[in-house]
Design a protein around this ligand. Sequence first.
Ligand code: LR7
Ligand code: MN
Length: 493
Amino acid sequence: MRRKEKRLLQFAGLLIAALLFLPNVGLWSLYRDRVFENSPEIVEGPGGIPQIQGVNVRPQKDAQVGRDGMRRKDWHDYEAIRRDAARSGNGEQGKPFPLTDTDRVDQAYRENGFNIYVSDRISLNRSVADIRHPNCKQKLYGEKLPNTSIIIPFHNEGWSSLLRTVHSVLNRSPPELIAEVILVDDFSDKEHLKGSLEEYMVRLPKVRILRTKKREGLIRTRLLGAAAANGEVITFLDSHCEANINWLPPLLDRIADNRKSIVCPMIDVIDHDNFGYETQAGDAMRGAFDWEMYYKRIPIPSELTKDDSSEPFESPVMAGGLFAVDRKWFWELGGYDTGLEIWGGEQYEISFKVWMCGGRMEDIPCSRVGHIYRKYVPYKVPGGVSLARVFTFGWREDIRVGGPMHTKKVCFDAISHNSPVTLYDCHGLKGNQLWRYRKDKSLYHPISNSCIDSNPTERKVFMNTCDPSVPSQQWLFEKTNTTILETFNRNSN
Ligand code: LR7
Ligand code: MN
């Protein structure tokens, strides 16, 4: 009798709990729906999905099965988005902080190369504007994504800029996708980065702090973090970043799709004076480098953007600091060259390796992370050596065969006039490997004063006296970059 009563009570208790807490059946769902329905800013978005400020408020709860059989879901955290949208105050919504002359003094920039007075007066949880391509708001990503360790190397980073990096990552990532956040201290000597940092991080159980035993530079510091990481993916960030809305799922989704992909978010600019958050000039561009190995951004070729500029696109080289990579693949690539010193060059190393090892590098427009671009480098480089440009290319004013990346280092070569044109390793001595584009003489060899001639019936390439009227000397150029050609012709004349 007693036992029966107990059971009954237990059952009643369970029923009440279910009513209160179970999503979609309980009181909670009634409450939630009411809050959303009464909200004044709700408008109807595409497909009849209710939106606040262009963002869906009611997630597609059920995953959708794509043509490839993959189950995809909406990863937006609408609760967090609403909380962010409601924030107001200094720097909120990524707005510039109203600087006064006292904020602009030299001292404010000295330690970090950006205005730490301003940083200190902006919330560690500040909101940023959702400046993603509108299509990003509708995108679904794999229902099952790999988790990631976030690795943040730092050397004498400012307190508020470092903490804001960590907060923004934790605030704007699905918790189940963050295995851990590893802060790797590269032998900082600032007091705030010691005991206080450790005390602070006690409240964030996912955060671990590692420290190098001597100043190692950013490359070996990252490696230390990567070696300690447990996540399926490792994601590197600089120590002064702010992750934007739903930045992580679009990155992890590409790695889930192809584990040999290294993926980079769009890097936005956090102003070093006023901390305003906005896109880089020209927004989405590809990484490139010149013959002095200076990193550049160049427009994306139109054939790559397809019809939708919110879709991932391939990139020859990354900017360096902000990317995600499958952890095992990173080590299969050999990690970074441990001989790389304090700063720089590592982005080429990893970029070249991924392309050469059958992987790919992509930029992901729907993933955005802000980065504070410093006014100047505040830290000392031991020994005064800057090893940022570890290698340069020499002469290359020849005409090379092969892909646009000049991966094949062979040049047109001809021993003499009337001799066959062959492909030969580029020797860099110009001479009989120097060919010019000339409008009047097609591919022209200046030393022998003759042109490349091709006879299609015999499939032979040979030298011949230049004659623009001969059809076998007329080369079809599918794509010509006239600016580069003009510079080339100017330099070689
Ligand atoms: O000795 C050092 N030890 C470190 O741990 C020097 C630096 N660091 C840390 C530092 O705290 C920061 O987290 O390493 C990170 C990068 O150093 P920064 O912020 O001084 O470099 P940066 O932002 O000027 O430079 C870019 O190029 C670097 C060298 O190639 C790295 O790849 C950076 O990660 C990279 N930053 C980005 O890609 C963000 C976008 C800006 C660009 C380009
Ligand atoms: Mn940086």
